[in-house]
Write a new protein. Structure first.
Length: 155
């Protein structure tokens, strides 16, 4: 068993006492689990998670306050900005628009490939690729695997 596996299990439990959550922040895997899954993080816990280097996991948590998301959208690490771009709804408007113009191509790629981001673009309807109509078979012959031939029975 991995040494960090045990402390991460209680990190996802509901009704976890705050003092135990603070202790779990000292374990790397438990800290990532807390940052990713908890909805009840205080501002002090968020600051501690960022200071301990788990900003990427925190950025993937969709229940962090909008101010924290906007702050993480300005983070120097592209992986953190990618996590914000992948999960962010642009509320309040601004952080997601800034990420579409990010200097790092991986962040722009996440913004471009996410279907939810199409709603924040300037066009009213997202573009769809044209469907190729099905064409009937050019020849009147049936393919050989579909031709039926009587099979001799009983011989």
């Amino acid at each position: 068993m991995h040494p960090d596996a045990e402390p991460s299990a209680p990190a996802a439990q509901k009704d976890l006492p705050p003092d135990l959550m603070w202790r779990l922040l000292r374990h790397p895997q438990a800290r990532r689990t807390v940052a990713l899954l908890r909805r009840d993080l205080t501002e002090q816990m968020i600051e501690e998670i960022i200071a301990l280097g788990s900003a990427r996991s925190l950025a993937a948590n969709r229940s962090v306050p909008a101010e924290t998301g906007a702050r993480l959208a300005e983070h120097p690490e592209p992986a953190v900005r990618c996590a914000i771009a992948a999960g962010a709804a642009d509320d309040p408007p601004g952080p997601l628009v800034r990420l579409t113009d990010d200097p790092d191509p991986s962040v722009r790629r996440v913004c471009a490939t996410d279907s939810r981001k199409a709603r924040t673009s300037s066009s009213a309807t997202p573009s769809r690729p044209a469907r190729t109509p099905r064409r009937p078979c050019a020849s009147g012959l049936r393919p050989p695997w579909r031709q039926t031939t009587p099979s001799p029975r009983g011989s």
